[in-house]
Design a protein around this ligand. Structure first.
Ligand code: AMP
Ligand code: MN
Ligand code: MN
Ligand code: MN
Length: 295
C-alpha cells in the first residue's frame, strides 16, 4: 500500500506521532484500537512506545499492516540519572536485540518489586489492600505503574482525582515515588543502540529542570550515545520550544515529535501536539537508521 514519505523538516510534518501508549502499559486502548484511532485521525506514521515493554507491538503491527499505517516498534524505557527518573524512547526499526529482550524482562521484574513497595507505602496513608486495588485498576496481568495506584486512591476516596493522587502521594519526591533501581541512562541508551535503534530523550521539559541542568542532561545523554530528543511532547509553550531547539542544535541532536497519548477524552489525541517552530534541527526520521520508516 502506498504511504506518503515524510518531509525533511520538523515544522512541515503532519500525520506523525512517535510517542503513544496502549494497554501493554498504562494506556487505555488496546494496541489495535490505538492503531485504528491513529488511522481515523490521519496519522500515517506512528511509534507505539509502551513503558518498558514491546508486548503491544505484534498486535499493533497486524492492525497497522491492515490499514496501511507505518508503525515503528518502540518502547519508553525508565532510567535514572543523578537520582532522577528519566524516560528514553527507543525507536527500533529492526526490533529488539537479545540483550534488549533480556533487559526488558529485568525491567518488568523491577516494576513488580517496585509495585509491592509502592503498595506498602500507600497502605500507610490509608489505602488498605493497595496491591489488589491497583491490580483491579490495571485490569490485566501487566506490571503495575503509578497510574494504577493513582486510580486506586481515587476509587477508594483517599483523594478526589488523579492529579491529587500524584500531587500528594505518587509524584516526584512523594511517598509513593519509589526509586525502582531503574538502570542508568547510559545502560538503556546502550540497549537501544545495540538493537540498531535510535535513543530519543522523552519530554525534556517535564523533569522540572532549569535550563542549565537540562543542558547537563542533554550533554550526558549525547555523551552516552543518545542521538535525538523530543522537541515537542504534547502541547508546550512556543518560546520554551524555540529555546529547547537551540539547545539541541548546539549538540548536534535530532528532533522528535509525539503526543504522549494515553487515553481518549483528555486534551490529547494521537497526532495532536504543538507545531514545531521553524529551525534547522534535523527530524529523527531523517536519521540513516530510520530510512525505511520515512520512505
Ligand atoms: P511509572 O511508569 O509507574 O513511573 O508511572 C509514570 C506514569 O504516570 C507516566 O508515564 C504518566 O502516564 C503518569 N503520570 C505521571 N505524572 C502524572 C500526573 N501528574 N497525573 C497523571 N498521570 C501522571
Ligand atoms: Mn505513562
Ligand atoms: Mn514518560
Ligand atoms: Mn510516555
Amino acid at each position: 500500500m502506498p504511504t506518503m514519505s515524510l518531509p525533511e523538516s520538523l515544522e512541515s510534518v503532519s500525520g506523525l506521532d512517535l510517542h503513544m501508549h496502549s494497554t501493554a502499559s498504562d494506556g487505555a486502548l488496546s494496541p489495535s484500537a490505538l492503531v485504528d484511532l491513529c488511522h481515523a485521525r490521519g496519522v500515517t506514521h506512528m511509534a507505539l512506545t509502551d513503558h518498558d515493554t514491546l508486548n503491544g507491538v505484534p498486535e499493533a503491527s497486524i492492525a497497522a499492516a491492515r490499514l496501511g499505517v507505518r508503525l515503528l516498534p518502540a518502547t519508553e524505557l525508565s532510567a535514572q540519572w543523578r537520582g532522577m527518573t528519566i524516560h528514553v524512547v527507543g525507536l527500533l526499526p529492526t526490533g529488539a536485540s537479545a540483550t534488549m529482550e533480556e533487559s526488558l524482562a529485568i525491567q518488568a521484574e523491577a516494576r513488580v518489586t517496585r509495585s509491592e513497595e509502592i503498595a506498602r507505602r500507600l497502605e500507610a496513608v490509608g489505602l488498605d489492600d493497595a496491591l489488589a486495588r491497583a491490580r483491579k485498576q490495571a485490569g490485566s496481568e501487566r506490571p503495575l505503574g503509578r497510574p494504577d495506584f493513582a486510580r486506586a486512591l481515587v476509587e477508594a476516596g483517599v483523594v478526589p482525582d488523579m492529579a491529587a493522587a500524584f500531587k500528594k502521594h505518587l509524584g516526584a519526591g512523594k511517598r509513593g515515588d519509589v526509586k525502582a533501581h531503574w538502570p542508568y541512562l547510559s545502560s538503556v541508551i546502550g540497549w537501544i543502540r545495540e538493537s540498531g535503534g535510535v535513543a530519543v530523550l522523552a519530554h525534556p521539559l517535564r523533569y522540572g529542570l532549569t535550563r542549565r541542568k537540562r543542558g547537563l542532561l542533554l550533554d550526558a545523554f549525547a555523551e552516552a550515545g543518545g542521538e535525538a530528543v523530543e522537541l515537542i511532547s504534547g502541547f508546550q509553550n512556543p518560546d520554551v520550544t524555540r529555546d529547547l531547539a537551540r539547545q539541541l542544535l548546539e549538540r548536534g541532536l535530532y528532533g522528535s515529535l509525539g503526543s504522549d497519548f494515553h487515553f481518549p477524552g483528555g486534551h490529547l489525541a494521537p497526532g495532536s501536539m504543538s507545531l514545531a517552530p521553524r529551525s534547522d534541527l534535523p527530524p529523527v526520521w531523517c536519521h540513516p537508521r530510520m530510512r525505511d520508516f520515512a520512505g
